[in-house]
Design a protein around this ligand. Sequence first.
Ligand code: LLP
Length: 421
Amino acid sequence: MDHFVYQDGVLCAEDVSVAEIAAQVGTPFYLYSSATLLRHYRLFDEALAGMDHLVCFAMKSLSNQAILQLLGEAGAGMDVVSGGEYARARAAGVPGERIVFSGVGKTRVEMRQALTGGIRQFNVESEPEMEALSAVAVELGKIAPITIRVNPDVDAKTHAKIATGKSENKFGIPIARAREVYAHAARLPGIEVIGIDVHIGSQLTDLAPFEAAYLKVAELTEQLRADGHTIKRLDLGGGLGIPYVQSNEAPPSPLDYGAMIKRTVGHLGCEIEIEPGRLISGNAGVLVSRAIYVKDGADRQFLILDAAMNDLIRPAMYDAHHDIVPVVQPEAGAERATYDIVGPVCESGDTFAKGRAMAQVAPGDLVVFRSAGAYGAVMASEYNSRPLIPEVLVHNDQFAVIRARPTFDEMIARDIIPAWL
Ligand code: LLP
């Protein structure tokens, strides 16, 4: 459920008309609903009620400072994967004890940054990383709390580019070698093993792969405890999918997911962490764009928008489907048309949808891409020298620009002309 609904024939974000925001901010822009973000965070939090737990927002999905502060103030932790994300989380007021550091390639500089600034734990992904972290911690006179990410070799049944839990993926250590690697970790002076981490992929629409992975983690917990390790925390990753197409078949809810967690690992008495990104931010955001032209091709119509692949890369990169709907609600029985929906960027990959049937659109009309809150703005670029688009946050009947559109001069001023030119 989200808070983007038609009111009196115009799409609103909570209680604000999208058309009104577009008139003030200009298109294209990203638009987020505070109520939806908070609702989704709380659904996870409530789903784990009764267990000692922390919901760490995977901020790679949406990392604007205002969003981090909103979720941080509601109690969320953050899952970070770079020094930049760590700095953003801290700048938004999230305390170190609520930040977990994931990723296969943490540098010593990033380790130092997090150890000095405060960290809940590192999710370590390899033995070389473990050794580096131990050395950095010893240098600083600290002990780094860690979990080790295991790769359970489970097929997440999602898009190949976002599956992470098969043995051929670069993530984690093979679960079959876990006991050996934990024994190695126990011998290192700068780290303290506190648990196990697992994350098998993103946009999972079925609980079965999660369940298979969590059962393996439960079994491993018992083995490692028998080997004498302290396993008191399980980080179960993110990955629960969202409905990109409105249909009767909704993916499992956070509540179903929480119940499955209780069923698979609840008996172990561990503190539970999860790292959802998309389910919190995805349907809490839309991309608002304006039609520039409708053009007749040889055998099709092109709807040319002012948003492009540099603003929203998901269709080009993952063949992702985003519903595209008009801001002014079409009257019942209004004409429909079929379009290839494209942006102005100079390559054919700049296609949002092919043969999409929808209410007829005229040049100047506003449309929104639904479910664009996750992996939208954060994956944008300035390709074709198109400035990064603004982000706007709605709260009840108010809205605020939370990232402004840079001017051309600001964009150009980042380049430096060397003295010899
Ligand atoms: N934890 C870890 C260690 C991750 O690698 C990820 C996502 C998450 C949590 C959050 O997963 P989520 O709950 O958002 O599914 N750009 C792609 C998605 C990449 C996901 C990468 N890792 C997309 O647009 O679909």
